[in-house]
Design a protein around this ligand. Sequence first.
Ligand code: MG
Length: 298
Amino acid sequence: METITQTMNDAQIDNLRKRYASAHVCKTPPYARWQIKLSDCTITAYNSGKVVFQGEGAAIHAPHVDQVSRPVNKLTSSKKSDHPSSIVYPHIGSDEVGTGDYFGPVCVCAALVRESDLPLLEKLAVQDSKQINDAMIRKCAPQLMEQLTYSLLILDNQKYNLIHSTNNMNMIKAKLHNKAYLNLLSKMERLPGAIYLDQFTPETLYYRYLKGEAEIVRGIHFETKAENKFPAVACGSIIARYAFLKAMDDMEKRYDFTFPKGAGKQVDAAIREFRKRFDERELPFVAKLHFANTEKSK
Ligand code: MG
């Protein structure tokens, strides 16, 4: 079990409590102001200003001190920063995986990278997940997930097929990215210096897709090939890719079946084989049905 101890001032402790306002308050231990139990972490705030995060999710819930104490640029919809030299820290970046794959979920991850994370990123030679092989993803991602604050969303096939009947793929992506930002921002004490999105649709369309959402994160920098420019996008991309691989592993175990990636001929052959071995009604649980492959393979 992981334990993280941080020192915080009164305001920071109050903010932390507010962030988990709905969490259950346990019997408070001696010398503590309060203690709350979350599903993956117990947080105890002591009178001394010491705050202890204990449990599997300690790293996710502990707001990092450098981020709390460093002055951070206010998040604005300021000019695009086209050059990596203008990267500000901490920053958030997000990317998605699985949208081009017939089989498996869509995974979106928004990650936060602080300057203090850079040595780990350098050690792991973090780069775009498409340029790293699966073995490296499996090695790197757990280390990033241990150190970074992030939000990972996995849309399984069953839900995806339901949602796709009323939302196109880009709309689904926009909603997932927006949700990931909201989750991540709720874990942070201060706004990040910038938010970078690996652009999959023009900015105006992105916000049009989000019309009607209860909360919309604005001031995002839309960048193509952002995974090569911004460390947080590369990290988001690696974590999302890892989640996709794990989901595919689980599916392969559950069905004792090999699900090829992508949407090519191999996939058509696999669909035919899948239909032979399982009921057609099982397909919505493993595939994105609107892909042409579904009809092509009949
Ligand atoms: Mg992308």
